[in-house]
Design a protein around this ligand. Sequence first.
Ligand code: GDP
Ligand code: GDP
Length: 436
Amino acid sequence: MLPVIALVGRPNVGKSTLFNRLTRSRDAIVADYEGLTRDRKYGEGRQGDSAYIVIDTGGISGDEEGIDAKMASQSLAAIDEADAVFFIVDARAGLTSADEMIADHLRRQGKAAWLVMNKVDTVDPDSAASEFYSLGLGDPHPIAAAHGRGVRALIEEALHEFPDSRVSEEEVDTDKGIKMAVVGRPNVGKSTLVNRMLGEDRVVVYDQAGTTRDSVYIPYERFEQRYTLIDTAGVRRRGKVSEGVEKFSVIKTLQAMEDANVVILVLDAREGIVDQDLHLLGFVLDSGRALVIALNKWDGMTQDERQQVKTELERRLSFINFARIHFISAKHGTGVGHLYESVEEAYEAATSRWSTNQLTRILEDAVGSHQPPLVRGHRIKLRYCHLGGTNPPTLVIHGNQTGDVPISYKRYLENTFRRVLNIMGTPVRIEFKTSD
Ligand code: GDP
Ligand code: GDP
């Protein structure tokens, strides 16, 4: 499980700035689902081979009324969801009563908390630090989020407390078969699809996941292939008529993606592609997991409506060149069998082990028919290629001046590997190493 870090503090202390430093993806998921205000942002970050989730909140100002009260309750909810808290104070502004109130809350909660003193570029850190000791949260960690100063040391120290955060991309757990995460915004039909995939006859005896952070893991077999379905919606009891509104949990979704081999992203054909879908898609791409897209509720639509959806797909998803798209009806079961075919194809491609020989031959052919460019009078040399990891497949290419390989040439190599090795359903990562 990825550790979850919440950023709390007064407005304007630099939480958003730190959030952007800590997360790789510009497009954080903003939780604006029913029951949640727009003030909680989620992002995923990586440091070395550790990964973590960050939550940014609106802030707590101390005299909460109206919109401020909402912001404060978001912060409290974020603290609740998190494993650790970065409590950010402003070195320039100094200690305030709101800081004291927040510190008080954190001490009573007993959550692991790091006192982070931001904006140390503007003052002398040592003298600024002295007044923050009284908060009783130990040494302030000096940072300047705007310049990145101290941020790496801070996250490294925090992650040290969570040895489980290490993500091993190499490891494919074959015991559980193909691990599939069914993800999507509320109401797109995840539960219906999960029930459909598990089959009519299977009685699901539990209600839903215990906590907001845990998905349900369901191992099963289908035509002698083992699967584990990671259900982020929480399967509803069979025969239960009421459609309870599931609380959508971003953390649950991100954890499930991280843990899966293949992500099935469910979209609602009747609503088209909305921004939240694209945010989720951004996270799948960041995770490097294999991907199959299921456009659900395809039943009962007119030809015109279907054509409209297809046109929209081409327009808004043109940046994904590797995922198969299925038009399905979870309700009637149409197209669900074919979904499995694409899941297997994607898994196969994501976990294949190609030999250095085979990869190097493809590299040589690619270079032979289209040379890398000259850089400052020297030609970039690419010598050999080996598999550096799976799920996603990572192809490590050794040569010299590899730092100068243009993005267009990298894309050409990726496309060549994809075509020759018949890689479908998974992203491919290409890394260069300079060997002399
Ligand atoms: P938030 O309300 O806590 O999310 O704060 P923001 O991240 O929006 O930052 C508030 C203001 O402080 C912005 O004008 C930032 O540019 C500024 N700021 C953030 N980090 C630093 C820093 O390390 N040094 C300085 N000098 N300013 C900073
Ligand atoms: P979840 O919140 O993503 O788990 O969505 P649900 O599985 O609870 O489905 C939300 C609503 O969409 C329910 O009313 C379902 O009956 C309906 N639904 C799900 N799949 C389909 C489908 O393929 N076609 C149609 N017409 N409705 C569907």
